[in-house]
Design a protein around this ligand. Structure first.
Ligand code: ADP
Ligand code: MG
Length: 454
């Protein structure tokens, strides 16, 4: 058998095994090329380190199992990671964006404002492992709207990680490449407003006409449709209509599709049809790169030692990195304080409460369940077993402390418990922590597990 034949067989078996959750398979394994089969070693070429890690983590067990079935028990998988230059097609061609000003009288195919903010583009969106997949999928989608496997492109991440920036960048880039296409950026709030207004003013058919004209619809922060049933209904129809006619959808949210509580299942399940790509908290190198970029934009230079201190200590949000830079500039230029490590430390400490927030309820549930050796479903379920109830208290406490979800939303992650139950759990942990060493140890261990350095 040739490398291609073996790989095709692997893909077939993997696709059968993973069933409906096909998007990541298409994205990640689709990007891998079988380059050689020597003896019982299959070598795959992958576009970047990130692809290598993702495949290794999620699919290697399955691939190796399949290889062993085909080639014998000694079969192995090896990888070849492409260099950045080799992976060039993933890169953005250096294309100037068209001016954002629309000249009066100039005919444009855009019958209404796109709402795109020209400030956000790909050039000032710094690439890193934490956003690589979302960014490169975004570029593909802008290049060929509606014609890639990434439809919808669903981008998720905690607040302040760059979802809105990326959403606008996709729209702006698409517009520069395809001036004839009709593009609309809306937040979920805007979408609701437009829909409600159209109903109130009996201009509903205009609303539908507007939707029909679109080639690319970007809806930011879709979680805000939570609990708005008729708007969700409308969104469902809009989604279907666009998707069926091969138009591109880009959606952003604060959590992955399967965790979007308060949105109808028929909607969230559609979000997994294309690609759901995370934007994770930036790693150290990315934080450093973003800082350097922002400082260059401001035209200031900062000693390396201070830069590294900030990158090392402000870990969660890109927005916080910006915040530190702005405050540092303010303190030194307006208040004329001396730029020193000490001043930096003071400023960084103001951002402390936000530092470790970039974790999802889902991660907390998994980590806590794992730590106490119980099943995540048990943690979410109704069990009153003492050890399960204890673990649940700890998990809800951590969820409240480290995510921005309200009590009610946390409750929804724990089998629909009401907010007073969640509040009670959190209070119990808070009050017991200072007087119970075991509990303190458990919480400390879990915090370390959740926020340990990558
Ligand atoms: P979100 O929508 O996820 O809450 P935003 O898109 O508003 O986050 O990003 C917050 C700020 O951080 C913005 O000013 C944005 O330009 C900046 N930012 C986020 N990610 C990056 C990045 N990779 N490179 C440069 N700036 C970024
Ligand atoms: Mg946003």
């Amino acid at each position: 058998m040739s490398a291609e034949e073996v790989w095709a067989k692997c893909l077939e078996i993997i696709q059968r095994t993973v069933g409906t959750n096909i998007a990541p398979v298409r994205t990640f394994l689709g990007a891998a090329q079988p380059v050689s089969l020597r003896g019982d070693v299959l070598t795959l070429r992958v576009p970047s380190q990130f692809f290598y890690e993702y495949i290794e983590e999620h699919f290697s067990a399955l691939i190796v199992k399949t290889l062993r079935r085909l080639l014998g028990t000694k079969a192995r998988l090896e990888y070849q990671v492409m260099t950045a230059a080799e992976a060039a097609p993933m890169k953005l061609p250096s294309q100037e964006l068209p001016p954002a000003i629309v000249f009066p009288g100039l005919r444009s195919s855009q019958p209404f404002p796109s709402n795109l903010n020209p400030k956000y583009d790909f050039k000032n969106f710094i690439e890193g492992d934490s956003n690589r997949l979302a960014r490169s999928a975004g570029i593909s989608v802008a290049q060929r709207p509606g014609q890639t496997a990434f439809n919808p492109l669903f981008i998720y991440g905690e607040v302040g990680q760059g979802k809105t920036h990326l959403a606008h960048a996709i729209g702006n880039y698409a517009r520069s490449l395809h001036p004839e296409k009709v593009i609309l950026y809306l937040t979920a709030e805007n979408f609701t407003q437009e829909y409600v207004d159209s109903v109130r003013n009996k201009k509903f058919s205009e609303f539908l006409q507007k939707v029909q004209a679109l080639d690319l619809l970007i809806v930011d922060d879709i979680q805000f449709l939570m609990g708005r049933e008729s708007t969700q209904d409308m969104f469902f129809h809009v989604f279907n209509q666009l998707h069926q006619s091969g138009k591109q959808l880009v959606i952003t949210a604060d959590s992955p599709p399967q965790e979007l509580r308060g949105l109808e299942e028929r909607i969230t399940s559609r979000f997994s049809w294309g690609l759901a790509a995370p934007i994770l908290p930036p790693d150290y190198e990315t934080r450093l790169a973003i800082l350097r970029y922002k400082l260059r934009q401001e035209g200031v230079e900062i000693p390396e030692e201070i830069l590294r201190y900030i990158a090392e200590n402000v870990r969660s949000h890109v927005r916080d990195l910006e915040g530190v830079v702005i405050q540092l500039l303010a303190e030194t230029s307006i208040r004329r304080k001396e730029l020193s490590l000490e001043l930096t430390q003071q400023i960084v400490s103001r951002f402390k409460p936000l530092r470790t927030r970039a974790v999802t309820v889902e991660q907390i549930v998994r980590t806590v369940a794992d730590y106490f050796k119980i099943h995540p479903e048990e943690l979410r379920g109704k069990s009153r077993k003492k050890n399960v109830a204890y673990a649940r208290h700890v998990a809800t406490y951590l969820a409240r402390k480290y995510t921005h979800h309200a009590l009610k939303a946390v409750g929804e992650h724990f089998g629909g418990r009401d907010h007073s139950t969640i509040l009670h759990s959190c209070q119990w942990v808070q009050e017991t922590l200072p007087i119970n060493r075991d509990l303190a140890q458990h919480v400390q261990d879990l915090e370390r597990l959740l926020f340990r350095n990558p």
